[in-house]
Design a protein around this ligand. Structure first.
Ligand code: KG4
Ligand code: ZN
Length: 350
């Protein structure tokens, strides 16, 4: 079975071809960083236009690199949401057009399910496992029970962690994209110089919060201005340490709930752009080992947005019988757990 996948929900335009023996035959990603850099963040209209300009060429390139042809595809998958709606529309329309012309089935994929199932493509991980998703738009802890079966353990009550990195980078004039810039500055800084809050640490449940921490950084910058390079690095390091400790605390709580609900520890998967953060990786490796969980962090290229994860999630859904109609409407919001099913004890908000 071979599936073509298309991703266009944020600022990466991507196409990939994946086979059911977990081989990625082609994986092409075009980042729009340069288009958005002057604005210090993703501009939805610019993103949609860029997807439109590049997607056809990227699909052709992915097919050429895969050594296969459209005729060999079993299904055409595209991100159907959640995301910036203009971009999602471009990907969905492209996939539908290909499906209509070739007579192949179309599968709409939830972008979050793409992230959630990546560890099955890369590590052949068995269900159930625990997923920590740390991206620019999402910060969630989910129990992945099966394809299409997710239970929420915790989510952010305000901002996503990646977004906090981006905002802090902006406040510190470190440039865009923020996550890697904060990490680079933090490596030169003293994480103990400034005592910043560890949001939600020790609270019941597994929810996250980052807006208070972001605000604390804003006040700290105001108090320390004018900032030296060393001051900037110390603030970046103190902020990064606070995020890592908060994420680790929430993940530790989620591992306890998971083990109680599923009869013991399992896999812990970290996905999303935040998985690129080395302090976070180290911290999670430690707490996973302490709790008897097996940590799986997909290669960076497959942690950030890409189409291989969409092709794979499409393939997993398709082989279970999923098909979507050409009437499918792109969804700006699309929670993985529509009934917000929670594990007992999860998500007790402060
Ligand atoms: O998953 P992703 O590529 O796109 C979304 O779906 O959001 O994640 C991008 C996010 C950005 O907010 C970025 O700042 C963050 O991941 N990020 C990082 C690092 N690299 C990327 N955050 C912390 N440390 C990093 N090294
Ligand atoms: Zn993503």
């Amino acid at each position: 079975m071979i599936v073509l996948g298309i991703e266009s929900s944020c600022d990466e335009t991507a196409a990939a071809v994946v086979r059911d023996d977990r081989t990625i035959l082609a994986d092409v990603v075009l980042s729009q960083l340069d288009e958005h850099r002057p604005y210090g963040g993703v501009v939805p209209e610019i993103a949609a236009r860029a997807h439109l300009d590049h997607l056809d060429r990227l699909v052709a390139e992915a097919l050429a690199r895969s050594g296969t042809r459209l005729a060999a595809m079993d299904a055409i998958a595209a991100t159907g949401g959640p995301g910036l709606i203009g971009g999602v529309m471009v990907g969905v329309m492209t996939a539908k057009a290909i499906a209509a012309v070739t007579g192949k089935p179309f599968v709409a994929v939830n972008h979050l399910e793409g992230h959630a199932l990546t560890a099955r493509l890369t590590d052949d991980l068995a269900f159930p496992y625990l997923l920590l998703l740390v991206s620019g738009g999402h910060c969630q802890l989910l129990a992945v029970e099966g394809v299409g079966r997710y239970r929420r353990l915790g989510a952010t009550i305000d901002d996503a962690a990646g977004e906090a990195f981006d905002k802090v980078a902006k406040m510190l004039d470190l440039g865009y994209p923020g996550g890697p810039a904060v990490q680079a500055a933090a490596e030169r800084g003293d994480p103990e110089r400034f005592a910043l809050p560890r949001p939600m640490k020790g609270r019941p449940g597994c929810d996250f919060s980052f807006s208070g921490l972001k605000n604390a950084v804003r006040l700290l910058i105001a108090a320390e201005t004018p900032l030296s390079d060393a001051g900037r690095a110390d603030i970046a390091a103190s902020f990064q340490a606070a995020v890592a400790e908060s994420l680790a605390d929430r993940t530790r709580a989620a591992m306890e709930l998971f083990a109680a609900a599923y009869g013991g520890p399992g896999g812990l998967v970290v996905a999303g752009g935040g998985a690129a953060n080395s302090l976070l990786r180290q911290t999670l490796a430690r707490i996973a080992a302490d709790a008897g969980f097996r940590l799986a962090v997909p290669p960076l290229k497959l942690c950030t947005d890409n189409a291989a994860m969409i092709a794979w999630a499409g393939l997993e859904r398709f082989r279970l019988g999923a098909r979507d109609s050409l009437d499918f409407a792109p969804r700006p919001r699309w929670p993985l757990d529509p009934e917000a099913k929670r594990l007992p004890g999860a998500g007790v908000k402060a």
